[in-house]
Design a protein around this ligand. Structure first.
Ligand code: EPZ
Length: 430
């Protein structure tokens, strides 16, 4: 069993470099399937979700060559299969992007229902609705999703709710179809724009990404491209909160400040000082944290992935803060863990009420999912005493070199591997 051990109470100071965005990379890697030539991706984050995406690509017959640093050359022009098996698909939610890209290229795909973080019910009905709108016949066959079409024909699509995954999957499915597909009520997250920019760099014809109406005019051929993935705004937000929670002074480099505007705005309301430069931001604090109410929303609203992180910071604020989680219906499973560290939080459905406490105490805790795990790291860094975090594989899905990056900022954190305790022999009752 691997664990993180954190000795809290140390201010984070120095500089940290943000890696490529997980939620862009896990979409752009499957999107390479659509290309008719090899591609080169730069700024690819070294995280386990990306490892899984490359494993799936290799399983389908692609060749993957790691060049220097975080650059990868991918040739997916001679795939031998359009089936993504359960044992790989279950490892990450983003495996559903192989549905869109395989279908978009070959008009057929068979992918297991996705896995990933448990955040409540996470259907993919909007993905399937979009595929059907452009000509697909879909079927669920023993946990596998089958989609096929004689022809992919552009069509208007209106999403019943804003969905990042379905917006991206529709672009992947329609980019080589016949005619015009118009997505209305599209998601506007930075990774939506990044995927559209990648496809357009190969010769696609996608307009409007980043707005709520995206127009995709199908093209026949997509040439190879060398493309650099955007920096991870949630990783950046995580280090912003960690710097604030420890009363530190940190320069966060390789960011796009525009992608961080809402996070910056809310942290400033809480009393954190933020100085923005061209591709970096400095985070300092010089006073108490102020109670603040937060409601998550699709971009450009406050990102749901930052919700566990900001909740942790608000545990240290003076007064009562209210967090409303409007995207997922079960994203407060970390609250019990924070309570073990002395936090005073009550949860009722989508609302968490946080009564600030002066200090958190270190404790053994469990990471229920990726961003909750990151929040527990922040809590441990700010707490007095020792925090042990288990189930850290969740965290390593989305944060490249998190131990090394925190070490360089002065954190006392290490990863240990605990062997299972020898079987306790229990004296049998006489
Ligand atoms: C993506 O998940 C991200 N994951 C999530 O990040 C992120 O929290 C989420 O977008 C919102 O920003 C990846 O990009 C791999 P949605 P996704 O489709 O695509 C409902 C992280 O920590 N919905 O925007 O699954 C859904 O249940 C992860 O990096 C339907 O009802 O999110 C949710 O309530 C966690 N039907 C809401 O919409 C559908 O067909 C938003 O989901 C699709 C979604």
């Amino acid at each position: 069993m691997e664990k993180f051990i954190i000795k809290g109470g140390r201010r984070l100071t120095g500089e940290v470099e943000i890696s490529g965005a997980k939620n862009a990379a896990v979409a752009i890697i499957p999107a390479v399937i659509l290309s008719d030539e090899p591609c080169i991706l730069e700024n690819v984050p070294k995280i386990s979700d990306v490892d899984v995406a490359f494993k799936i690509l290799a399983e389908l017959g692609a060749s993957i060559e790691y060049l220097e640093n975080s650059t990868v050359r991918i040739d997916a022009t001679n795939l031998i299969s359009t089936v993504v098996p359960y044992d790989l698909a279950k490892l990450m939610r983003a495996s559903y992007y192989f549905l869109g890209s395989l279908f978009g290229k070959y008009r057929t795909a068979r992918v297991s229902m996705p896995g990933g973080c448990y955040l409540g019910d996470r259907p993919i009905d909007q993905h399937l609705k979009a595929f059907v709108s452009i000509g697909a016949v879909t079927a669920l066959d023993h946990g596998m999703i089958d989609i096929t079409a004689d022809e992919i024909k552009g069509a208007p699509i209106f999403f019943d709710l804003v969905t990042v995954g379905a917006t991206i999957n529709t672009m992947l499915a329609a980019v080589k179809g016949n005619g015009l597909t118009v997505i209305e009520n599209a998601a506007k997250e930075p990774q939506i724009v990044d995927v559209a920019n990648f496809l357009n760099s190969m010769g696609a014809d996608i307009m409007g990404a980043g707005t709520d109406v995206i127009k995709i005019r199908g093209v026949k051929y997509l040439r190879g491209s060398t493309y650099s993935i955007i920096p991870d705004q949630i990783e950046a937000g995580t280090y912003m909160v960690a710097a604030a929670a420890t009363g530190g002074n940190v320069l966060i480099k390789n960011v796009i400040p525009k992608h961080l505007e809402t996070i910056t705005n809310r942290l400033e309301k809480i009393g954190v000082n933020i100085e923005s430069f061209d591709d970096s931001i400095r985070v300092t604090t010089d006073g108490p944290f102020i109670k603040t109410n937060i409601r998550t929303a699709p971009h450009p609203g406050f990102p749901t992935d930052m919700q566990p992180l900001i909740a942790t910071l608000l545990c240290l604020a003076e007064g009562t803060s209210i967090i409303t989680e409007d995207i997922f219906d079960d994203r407060f499973r970390y609250v019990d863990e924070l309570r073990r560290m002395g936090a005073e939080i009550s949860v009722d459905g989508k609302v968490a009420v946080i009564d600030g406490v002066g200090k958190l105490m270190g404790a053994p805790v469990n990471a229920p999912d990726l961003r909750a795990g990151a929040a527990l790291i922040v809590a441990g860094l700010a707490a007095s005493g020792v925090t042990e975090i288990d189930s850290i594989s969740h965290i390593e899905r989305g944060y490249q070199n998190i131990i090394e990056k925190l070490h360089r900022l002065g954190a006392d954190i290490e990863k240990i591997t605990e062997t299972a305790a020898p079987e306790q022999t229990v004296a049998k009752a006489g």
